[in-house]
Ligand binder design. Structure first.
Ligand code: HEM
Ligand SMILES: [Ca+2]
Ligand SMILES: [Ca+2]
Ligand SMILES: [Mn+2]
Length: 401
């Protein structure tokens, strides 16, 4: 009905000040985002109150003045700040040529991991510039750190895009992570701020946590960078779209949960299941037994799900997609700004696409029962889940790029 006709959908409740704007290319954007800030899905899906639909032409000038939007030089997009316009061609380029046309596959997983490995190189006492792109700029130094094993692949995949577009390495890494995650159904729409200067120095070694570190060490390291134990657990929602190539090098691409291309809560469920076997050789540093054929579990995830400092936060996400989304979104924003001065940056979150949402909640993998859950949180029971029907779940590897 409204295709290719500019229009706005506006909440009638004056306290709900947001609009959906469809421009004449048929592209919809939402301005202001009280719901997105809560990690909920889009306005149109969440807002239940009355709305008015207003044709674009008449209101466009008033709307532009109200939201201070500028027209981008491409003649297609508008933005709250002209600095965001430059991101649209980068978005199109990486969706097509880095993420295989918008998949949630290997390059997205690696790009998300890279946001962490660049940003966590930050310590108030030991130095490091945080989310500054140092892992690309000083790749000869940082990619040889033990904890960065395998990160050189995505660093070199991203480098030509950074060189081609006028964007700093620090901005590109966080932008690619946020765009990449938007390809994973169930993900929150992450924020993106632009304006990270080029890194001045490499990160010191030993700031990136290892899967064989103790929980005390991991929480201390993450705490040094500014994260609470609950925020550490929230960040680990990333392992719902993840696979390991190097923990057991005989089986590259082995996922951490049964749904590595979906940003669901299965990771928090499946890590709580009793481990029964190794997917490959076993005996690898930082690996413990997993509950499913073809699935890998790292020791740090296993222990975080069971440690009294983190197990209730872990369990709280097991069947609560909205809570996981909102906590992950907030923690990722913090991660993406480590070492940076937010006041000097520009909020271009509107450029990040809205991920598809999920209908179904969490389940037990086929072949498992509630008694396979190793309940750890002392103050509340694990959510009751039903098992998928069919033969015992076996997880397929994530294909290489
Ligand atoms: C306690 C902290 C963490 C530890 C010990 C840890 C450890 C690991 C390990 C060992 C791997 C497998 C790498 C490989 O063999 O290819 C991995 C993969 C991954 N990690 Fe983490 N991680 C942590 C936190 C995070 C955080 C905070 C994020 C993002 C915000 C993240 C995102 C990822 C992703 C997306 C992958 C999958 C990469 C791929 O599939 O290629 N991790 N992590
Ligand atoms: Ca860095
Ligand atoms: Ca998943
Ligand atoms: Mn990988």
């Amino acid at each position: 009905m409204f295709a290719n006709t500019p229009f706005y959908v506006r909440a009638q409740d004056p306290k709900q000040r947001f609009d959906i704007n469809q421009d004449d290319s048929g592209q919809s954007t939402e301005t202001s985002e009280p719901f997105a800030a809560l990690g909920l899905a889009t306005f149109s899906q969440r807002y239940k109150g009355p709305t008015s639909v207003v044709p674009g032409g008449a209101l466009q000038a008033a709307q532009a003045a109200l939201t201070k939007r500028v027209a981008c030089p491409d003649g297609v997009h508008t933005a709250t700040n002209a600095a965001c316009c430059a991101l649209f061609p980068i978005l199109d380029d990486i969706q097509e040529n880095l993420f295989d046309g918008g998949e949630c596959g290997e390059e997205v997983h690696e790009s998300l991991r890279l946001t962490f490995h660049d940003a966590i190189g930050f310590s108030p006492t030991k130095g490091g510039g945080g989310a500054d792109g140092s892992i690309v700029t000083f790749s000869d130094i940082e990619t040889v750190f033990h904890a960065n094993n395998g990160i050189d692949d995505i660093v070199e995949r991203q480098r030509p895009f950074i060189e081609k577009h006028n964007i700093s390495a620090g901005d590109f890494i966080q932008f690619a992570g946020a765009v990449g995650v938007s390809n994973c159904a169930g993900a929150p729409r992450l924020n993106f701020f632009v304006g990270r200067p080029t890194a001045k120095a490499p990160s010191p070694d030993l700031l990136v946590p290892e899967p064989f570190d103790t929980i005390t060490d991991i929480l201390a390291r993450m705490g040094d960078a500014g994260f609470s134990p609950a925020e550490v657990v929230a960040l680990l929602a990333s392992h719902s779209v993840a696979a390991a190539d190097h923990v057991d090098p005989s089986i590259p691409g082995t996922p951490f949960d049964s749904t590595p291309s979906i940003f669901d809560t299965q990771f928090f469920v499946e890590v709580q299941l009793r481990g029964t076997s190794f997917p490959g050789t076993g005996g690898n540093q930082g690996e413990v037994q997993s509950p499913l054929a073809g699935e890998i579990r790292i020791q740090s995830d296993h222990l975080l799900a069971r440690d009294s400092r983190t197990n209730c936060a872990w369990q709280s996400f097991a069947n609560n997609q909205a809570a996981m989304q909102s906590a992950f979104k907030a923690a990722m924003l913090k991660l993406s700004l480590l070492g940076q001065d937010k006041a000097k940056m520009i909020d271009c979150s509107e450029v990040i696409p809205a991920p598809a949402s999920l209908k179904a909640g969490a389940h037990l993998p086929a072949g498992k029962t509630q008694s396979d859950i190793e309940q750890a949180c002392a103050t509340s029971p694990f959510p009751v889940l039903t098992a998928e029907p069919g033969p015992a779940t076996s997880v397929a590897p994530v294909p290489p790029s």
